[in-house]
Design a protein around this ligand. Structure first.
Ligand code: HEC
Ligand code: HEC
Length: 436
């Protein structure tokens, strides 16, 4: 701009656009026409190639990268031994690869898929979503690691319940993380960190239940709420996140912020995570002691993966609900209410269904207690993006599943915001939510 006379740029802006376009296409003609420049791809092609590679790399990382966390889950906790069971050189009965429902069906049919040996065989094939087994030369399991997909992928049950094609990003609301980790022969790393005995650690893990995890326990040591209830949150989906500013239920940071947090401090991969907010002794006594806000694992197997992992996650769309799973006419009426009289869209702004900008609210703005918000540096709740809500109805709604059904959610807003919705309007809003 500086080299163009000000008068010209102000008077004929359209002509300037024209000039820019011609210059661009002339450069293209030259680069194609001149053999000496054929080996130099246009920058547009560089971008497209980069995007394709990031997507492919990111998918691999999301599905299979342990960031070296087998040093924790296998070598330290010895969790692989509990999975293998005594008959296969481990301890205890071993872990069946199958969900309860399928197990019952198989018991009736007497097919022996329900055997830790099958788990090991599937692990060897790298066919267990979110878990990698490491085997020695004799085929005995020697360690194991977990991936993002452990909690944020499910399968489409195309073959049987629990068996099918991967659905990356879908929240795993059947997985009982607490129960699985509890099986580990060595829980000392947790009891040392939290400064409590192993029995207490087991009690905390047992309190969570399926589809839940506590990603702040190792920072603030808050194992239970002041009212004695368990302190975990639901596992959220990791799809439909592009365009959404802050992530996690309480807006800790961006997607890539959280990936570094989880990779280094929750999965215990070997890598770097930095956030000085965790040095605050009053809010994060455990992290201030352990120094996890300044984690410097070597070698760093995480930082180099963050860009592609971020890119892949932003590429996962929120899945569309199947036809017939909601009533289209009620959906349309619900849309009118959502954007109008019920004022939902003031916070859940379509089509992101969260606010562009600083998408946080004080607990008092949505009529809930501050326990989980106060475990975050923000002390706020993040407006939950609602697209794909139909995929994670199991376990309830809001960060801790306090509302068992969508009707409970709508009834809460109805009371809290004094909306005076009729029963028909409530049910229309629910059909709308189911169709997002
Ligand atoms: C043990 C289960 C578990 C594993 C493994 C796990 N997560 Fe999560 N993830 C959670 C839970 C629970 C939350 C919610 C945390 C909170 O709000 O405090 C979460 C939150 C998220 C969010 C925020 C979603 C939103 O709506 O803002 C993203 C993104 C995410 N995880 C991605 C990942 C990635 C990438 C990995 C692998 C590096 C990973 N997670 C590994 C359980 C897990
Ligand atoms: C003041 C802003 C605000 C308004 C207005 C609002 N919400 Fe929310 N909504 C939130 C926040 C913040 C959360 C996350 C709460 C949590 O994590 O505990 C949320 C969560 C939800 C959830 C749960 C999502 C999940 O993954 O569990 C649903 C469903 C929902 N809202 C629907 C609605 C409907 C329907 C309306 C209108 C009747 C509405 N919201 C009005 C801020 C708002």
């Amino acid at each position: 701009m500086a080299i163009l006379p000000r008068v010209l740029s102000a008077r004929i802006p359209m002509a300037l656009v024209g000039v820019a376009a011609v210059v661009a296409s002339a450069a293209w003609v030259t680069s194609r026409g001149n053999p000496a420049r054929l080996d130099k791809p246009r920058f547009d092609e560089v971008i497209a190639d980069h995007a394709a590679k990031m997507l492919e790399d990111g998918r691999q990382i999301f599905r299979f990268d342990t960031f070296g966390d087998e040093a924790f889950w296998g070598d330290a906790l010895q969790l692989h031994k509990a999975i293998a069971g005594e008959k296969h050189g481990g301890v205890g009965g071993g872990v069946s690869p199958l969900p309860e429902t399928l197990r019952q069906q198989l018991q009736e049919g007497k097919v022996n898929l329900d055997d830790p040996a099958t788990t090991l065989a599937l692990l060897k094939l790298n066919a267990v979503v979110g878990v990698t087994g490491f085997f020695d030369g004799n085929g005995n399991i020697r360690s194991m690691g977990i991936q993002c997909a452990f909690c944020h992928s499910t399968v489409n049950n195309s073959l049987a319940p629990g068996i099918g094609q991967r659905l990356d990003g879908w929240a795993n609301r059947d997985l009982n993380v607490g129960a699985i980790v509890s099986l580990a022969p060595n829980l000392k790393p947790f009891s040392d960190l939290l400064g409590v005995n192993v029995e207490t650690v087991k009690k905390v893990f047992a309190s969570w239940g399926p589809g839940r995890f506590d990603a702040e326990l190792d920072k603030d040591g808050k194992a239970f709420r002041p009212d004695g209830k368990q302190a975990s949150t639901l596992i959220p989906p990791a799809f439909g996140l592009a365009g959404v500013n802050l992530h996690t239920w309480t807006g800790f940071g961006s997607v890539t912020y959280w990936n570094a947090y989880v990779g280094a401090t929750e999965m215990h991969g070997s890598g770097t995570f930095f956030d000085a907010r965790f040095n605050r002794r009053d809010q994060y006594p455990v992290a201030a002691r352990s120094g996890s806000g300044n984690t410097r694992g070597t070698p760093d197997r995480l930082t180099s993966e963050l860009a592609a992992l971020h890119f892949y996650q932003l590429a996962i769309p929120a899945p569309k609900p199947p036809a017939g799973s909601f009533d289209p006419a009620a959906f349309e009426r619900g849309r009118g209410l959502f954007n109008g009289r019920a004022r939902c869209a003031t916070c859940h702004v379509p089509p992101l269904f969260t606010e562009p900008g600083n998408n946080l609210h004080a607990p008092s703005e949505i009529g809930v207690d501050a326990f989980q918000a106060d475990r975050s540096p923000t002390h706020m709740y993040r407006t939950a993006p609602l697209a794909g809500l139909w995929t994670h109805q199991k376990g309830g709604f809001y960060h801790d599943g306090r509302f068992a059904t969508l009707l409970d959610v709508v009834a809460h807003y109805d009371t809290f915001f004094k909306l005076s919705l009729s029963e028909q309007e409530k049910s229309d809003l629910i059909e709308y939510l189911k169709g997002l």
